[in-house]
Design a protein around this ligand. Structure first.
Ligand code: TRH
Length: 382
């Protein structure tokens, strides 16, 4: 265990829906522990969703050790806690309400723990102004600080493990390794020569229109869809139940349903494909670290607020790649458009978008990695 502050840390995670909340919290927990030797406790209320991205999880265990990290099933807001139970750093993910008894115990600690509210990722300008702002507890002698991931050095930066880029570069420099990885999901040598696309989107994406554009297109496309993604539209194309292993070819398009895989394998899927459709937050960030073109399907919010967030990101990312902007706005229902025409323009600009992906990576590397930035920040609070 690290002798340096902080030595202990807890993360509180509530799974609102889908997999991003636990996906991000599990990456955080693993990196704090593996790269900084911190004793980490992850409180999570939904072990079944957790198991989906990490098969080693025991969904019945109240407490379990996974790779040196203590995972506690967060079963409610009750419970008595003492200062001895409180770590050096407490992270509430996406503003979840930590059990009142736990907060009472935090206030009895001398010195107080660092209390972090880990916020969502956005490219909107206001984020820089809110990053690291304090918030005094209305009753107890406690101060919480807001910590925002982001795309500039006036934010917390992006989650990125120390070995992520070198590991990816080694994998992408090894065609046999990529063929072997995709071969596990039935991808044939012929399909390895086609345009390989991974498709991770929400059910309302215009998947049917995209499949039609690919089917009638001039270039062979192999689309890999994790089981459960866009079920109805994939089933319609396959004309069968879209279970893992199912596949069909029509025209220039082959669709293969692949298993929902452990998080580390999902990274390799992004690295082995030529174009990735990603969504939400965590796969969006992994898509940015894959050095490949990606299309982001943003998590829908009321009153189309998500369109503001989408445009803010495209403004920063899709510089001089108008086809990427047009396709993304249509993919997110922000603009009508002919999918076959939008696809033809995007396809023509893919080489430019690959170069943009590498430029963007170099830019994001300059901001440091989020976990190191967060640790440097909490050290300034001590
Ligand atoms: O699952 P998501 O839609 O999660 C969303 C977002 O996090 C959003 O911000 C949040 O508000 C909403 O949930 C409630 O998309 P995201 O963020 O990409 O998370 C998916 C996780 O699933 C990510 O960690 C990668 C992982 N994954 C696997 O481990 N294996 C797989 O096969 C696939 C497809 C994904």
């Amino acid at each position: 265990m690290s002798l340096e502050f902080p030595r202990t840390l807890a993360i509180f995670c509530k799974v609102v829906d889908n997999y991003g909340d636990i996906g991000i919290c599990w990456r955080l927990a693993r990196q704090f522990h593996a790269e900084h030797g911190i004793a980490v406790t992850l409180w999570v209320d939904d072990l079944t969703s957790f198991r989906r991205i990490w098969p080693a999880v025991d969904t019945r265990a109240a407490v379990q050790d996974i790779g040196g990290i203590t995972v506690r099933h967060w079963a409610g807001q009750d419970g008595e806690f003492s200062p001895a139970d409180i770590p050096d750093v407490v992270i509430e993910f996406f503003g979840v309400d930590i059990p009142p008894g736990y907060i009472e115990a935090m206030a009895q600690c001398e010195p107080r723990p660092a209390w972090i509210n880990y916020e969502g990722l956005s490219a909107e300008e206001w984020v820089e102004g809110c990053h690291s702002l304090p918030s005094m507890h209305p009753r107890l002698k406690l101060t919480k600080h807001f910590f925002f991931p982001g795309f500039t050095d006036k934010t917390g930066g992006l989650l990125r493990e120390r070995d992520l880029v070198p590991e990816r570069e080694a994998f992408q420099a090894d065609p046999a390794a990529m063929a072997a990885f995709l071969g596990r999901f039935g991808v044939t040598p012929n399909e390895m020569a086609s345009l390989k696309v991974s498709l991770f989107c929400y059910p309302h994406a215009p998947v049917t229109e995209l499949f039609q554009a690919w089917e009638q297109g001039g270039q062979a496309v192999t689309c890999l869809v994790p089981e459960g993604v866009a079920r109805e539209k994939v089933a319609a194309f396959l004309n069968m139940d879209p279970h893992a292993g199912a596949s069909a070819t029509r025209g220039a398009l082959t669709v293969r349903v692949i298993p929902f895989m452990p998080q580390t394998d999902y990274d390799r899927l992004l690295w082995a494909c030529d174009l990735n459709f990603v969504r939400g937050e965590d796969s969006w960030v992994r898509g940015q670290w894959a050095a490949r073109p990606f299309i982001w399907h943003i998590y829908p919010q009321d009153e189309n607020l998500h369109h503001v967030k989408l445009r803010a990101f495209l403004q920063k990312y899709a510089v001089n790649t108008q086809s990427l902007v047009d396709f993304s706005l249509c993919w997110n229902g922000e603009r009508e458009g002919q999918m076959d025409a939008l696809w033809t323009s995007l396809q023509a600009e893919l080489p430019t978008i690959v170069r943009r992906a590498l430029e963007w990576e170099a830019q994001m590397l300059e901001n440091g990695d989020l976990v190191s930035n967060l640790l440097n920040f909490v050290r300034t609070l001590r």
